[in-house]
Design a binder for this molecule. Structure first.
Ligand code: TRP
Ligand code: ZN
Ligand code: CA
Length: 443
């Protein structure tokens, strides 16, 4: 296969034919190459969250509102009664609870914080939602729904006696409807060292809308993917949440640099016909016609949406709380062969990295196994998930040895670990050819 004598001045293919010939090869190579995935150590699957339990909490919130002038708003007795209801359930389940007071508009407000004992105190996963309603109604979808799903997930953690890697903290915020007041108060009163321990905050505000959409916040990629994967498993399409980023309590966390994510089934915006086609429901009608109204009662809930979203809350807590910062030395490999066309466009071989947190290491090991009859022809790059290229090897006219079998060390600390990495290989001189045999990333 090796050509002992080689003329470097052989005529090259014209640019047009080179591109035309290789586009198909490249595409075919990508299509046949399976995505190699090395998942971190398996985690315990989340339990199904019983819809009946979530709805029982909603009935309690409804009764509380009805007994207290029709709302659970900041400064009204229905708010404090809602806090007391959730706190009693959590205390009985073994949580360490605390009610944090603040003052707003001349009235006392309350945040309820519930810590599940155990887990790494330096890695805190938080989930929450606002417990207050507007004054005009009982606030069952907005936000009894998120409050109840988070509460029932916390109770499921207790039922299962979950031993997560991370420390779990659940929160119910006051005075969200007056400008995210409770969550801002919480974040502002946390010392910087405590803030820096929060690895993520998951927000659930309006997750049972009567004419629902399935919206995922477009924020931290790991959190976003955790939710998208869950809905993909149910075959439920999702869209990115766009009905007002920053309009709920996650914004208080995002503003101080804490990774956030969350779910939403829609408020006053109108469902399009395309959305009605994929999700069912009524096109041309608001996701929640009772948004901020007196009719936001237990009748204002879509059970299927509430059920799916409640299970998604648990899935995220189990998945992200498992901590799953995999131990060093995890290998992600693609062993599918990818042909490298002669003196033509670059080809790529993907490796999908999931389940990690944070950035890639400063000494990321890139193991390359390329079979080729004249390796001087080859330019090799590692492409990070965001498209940044790291040059592993340049071409060189006189390196006539065959094969590139080497491990390169790349400072990838500016790249998020999760995502699709590619090994990109281009043959830039005519005559000799080869293929990517395999390649791997070692974290
Ligand atoms: N509680 C929010 C509000 O009253 C509801 C809301 C509107 C929302 N748009 C949102 C929640 C987008 C999450 C994401 O404003
Ligand atoms: Zn609201
Ligand atoms: Ca060549």
């Amino acid at each position: 296969m090796r050509h002992p004598i080689r003329l470097r001045s052989l005529p090259r293919l014209s640019r047009r034919s080179a591109v035309g010939a290789t586009a198909a090869v490249t595409l075919a190579g990508l299509l046949v190459a399976p995505m190699a995935t090395a998942a971190p150590a398996p985690t315990v699957a989340a339990p199904d969250i019983p819809l009946a339990n979530v709805k029982a909490h909603l009935s309690q919130f409804q009764s509380i509102a009805s007994a207290n002038g029709g709302s659970r708003a900041h400064g009204r007795p229905g708010y404090k009664a809602s806090i007391d209801y959730a706190k009693a359930k959590l205390d009985a389940a073994g949580y360490t609870t605390s009610v944090k007071q603040f003052t707003y508009n001349g009235a006392t407000g309350y945040n309820l914080i519930a810590d599940w004992p155990g887990g790494d105190a330096n890695q805190v996963l938080m989930a929450g939602g606002h417990l207050d309603s507007v004054t005009s109604g009982p606030g069952i979808n907005d936000n009894g729904s998120g409050s109840a799903a988070v509460l029932e997930t916390a109770l499921a953690v207790s039922r299962e006696q979950l031993k997560p890697t991370k420390h779990l903290r659940f929160a119910w915020w006051g005075a969200e409807e007056l400008g995210l007041v409770g969550s801002k108060n919480y974040v502002n009163s946390l010392p910087a060292t405590e803030r820096s321990k929060i690895t993520g905050y998951l927000n659930f505000d309006m997750i049972g809308s009567p004419n629902p959409g399935y919206f995922v916040y477009d924020d931290d990629p790991t959190i976003e993917k955790t939710f998208k994967d869950f809905f993909a498993g149910l075959n439920v399409p999702t869209e990115i949440e766009t009905e007002g980023d920053g309009r709920s309590d996650h914004a208080s966390f995002k503003n101080v640099g804490i990774p956030v994510g969350g779910l939403f089934t829609g408020a006053s915006r109108t469902k399009t016909s395309a959305q009605a086609q994929k999700w069912g429901g009524t096109a041309g009608q608001a996701f929640d016609r009772c948004y901020h109204s007196s009719c936001d009662t237990t009748a204002n809930i879509n059970d299927t949406a509430l059920d799916r979203n409640s299970d998604a809350v648990a899935h995220a807590i189990w998945t992200l709380g498992a901590g799953s910062t995999p131990p060093p030395g995890d290998v992600y490999e693609n062993t599918a062969d990818v042909a490298i066309p002669d003196n033509a466009a670059a080809v790529s071989s993907p490796v999908s990295v999931t389940g990690r947190t944070g950035n890639a290491p400063a000494a990321l090991q890139v193991g390359v196994d390329i079979r080729h009859t004249w390796r001087g022809d080859l330019v090799v790059d590692l492409i990070a998930p965001d498209g940044t290229a790291y040059r592993l090897k340049n071409s060189s006219a006189n390196d006539s040895a065959d094969n590139v079998i080497a491990t390169y060390t790349v400072n990838a600390s500016a790249e998020s670990a999760n995502g699709t990495w590619n090994l990109r290989v281009q043959d830039v001189a005519a005559q000799d050819t080869g293929y990517i045999n395999s390649w791997k990333l070692t974290f």
